[in-house]
Design a protein around this ligand. Structure first.
Ligand code: AHM
Ligand code: MG
Length: 354
């Protein structure tokens, strides 16, 4: 006879191994050293910010003053949403109380935010995009938050935060929170990439995927093809290539975190190349491209500007932008091969002309 109520595998999985985020961070570092404690506490604070933002998003359509624009324009020249401001302040407020983060640098603030009372205790800097893909908010489509943790170098007495103008290899950890059908937190502290799902009944992020590896190649290409007219010929040639070959499928949600998440699990490539209007592309290095590049390398994939690994790029300012090509190794290399071919052809034409 068939059991009317067969045990559900996932329930057993949770009973057996209900690993919370803070426990996981400590396990990863195999230590209770002050550094490990710091990272664990930092991740806990980021998780708290994620829970607060997720809670507000989940009721956004029912509350006054949550959706829509503030009427302001941020340092990037982009219109600001009310949720951008709320989420930015959530991160500041959870880290004000933490005692560990001395500076926060975000997409929504022209200059870093200093918490001087924390500086003698914890010399960490949090870089973040509080709401990535905020154009999705008003239509209830997925958005995310992206973060990176760096150690402050030097005293920064002038408050210029110039030590942040270093490559992404300086990141101690990075990750994102995806506000989708469920809320997920994906992070790495240099020991693989791990995903946690928020169990709303527990109010805890519980380990759901450990040591994620991105496939070497995948079917997805994720790019805003509405920018075709603004692209360099190499990117046009790449899209022509995928249009003419079997095995590719387009996915683009307008929120980098969601598009990246799909590629992390299923393979493929996300690209936001330079355009006529934005020659360096749209995405910002320090709190969008570099954190995701850190994750994808940890997952066995690649992130490139087209000519350089994202993690080697040194920004000239905090809000610097870079073209981004990120995902499965083979797919990133394929895009790069079109860029290289175009560069070769241009060089040959120059030589022929001279
Ligand atoms: P945001 O952080 O201001 O929301 O901008 C970043 C977003 C990414 O999430 C997304 O990949 C991209 O902008 C979409 O831009 P576009 O609408 O030009 O395709
Ligand atoms: Mg963003």
């Amino acid at each position: 006879m068939v059991d009317a109520y067969p045990p559900l595998d996932h329930e057993y999985a949770l009973d057996r191994d209900c690993t919370t985020l803070s426990r996981h961070v400590l396990q990863q570092l195999q230590s209770f050293s002050p550094d490990a404690q710091d990272l664990s506490a930092l991740m806990n604070r980021i998780a708290l910010a994620g829970k607060l933002i997720a809670r507000r998003l989940s009721r956004a359509g029912l509350m006054e003053g949550v959706l829509g624009f503030t009427g302001d324009v941020n340092v990037q020249g982009e219109t600001v949403k009310k949720m951008d401001i709320y989420a930015n302040e959530v991160f500041i407020s959870v880290f004000k109380q933490s005692g560990m983060v001395c500076r926060l640098a975000s997409e929504e603030m022209e200059k870093p935010y200093y918490i001087p009372e924390n500086c003698p205790i914890g010399r960490y800097t949090l870089l973040y995009d509080p709401i990535d893909g905020s154009s999705n908010i008003d239509t209830n489509i997925n958005v995310g938050s992206i973060f990176a943790i760096r150690q402050q170098e030097g005293e920064d007495l002038e408050g210029t935060a110039s030590d942040l103008l270093q490559s992404g290899r300086k990141q101690l950890g990075a990750g994102y929170i995806l506000y989708g059908p469920s809320t997920m937190l994906v992070y790495s502290i240099g020991r693989g990439v791990h995903a946690f799902t928020l169990d709303p009944s527990l109010g805890e992020f519980i380990l759901s995927n450990e040591n994620i590896q991105v496939p070497e190649h995948g079917p997805i290409y994720s790019v805003n093809e509405g920018n075709f007219w603004q692209w360099d010929e190499s990117i046009r040639n790449y899209t022509r290539y995928v249009h003419r070959h079997e095995g590719y499928t387009a996915r683009y949600s307008g929120a980098l975190v969601g598009d990246f998440h799909r590629i992390l699990f299923q393979g493929g490539v996300f690209l936001y190349p330079g355009t006529l209007k934005k020659p360096e592309g749209k995405l910002r290095l320090l709190y969008e491209s570099a954190p995701l590049a850190y994750l994808i390398e940890q997952a066995g994939g690649r992130a490139s500007t087209g000519t350089q690994d994202i993690l080697d790029v040194i920004p000239d300012k905090i809000h610097a932008r870079t073209p981004l090509i990120i995902g499965s190794k083979e797919d990133v290399s394929l895009v790069e091969s079109f860029i290289q071919e175009e560069a070769r052809e241009k060089e040959e034409k120059l030589i022929a002309r001279s």
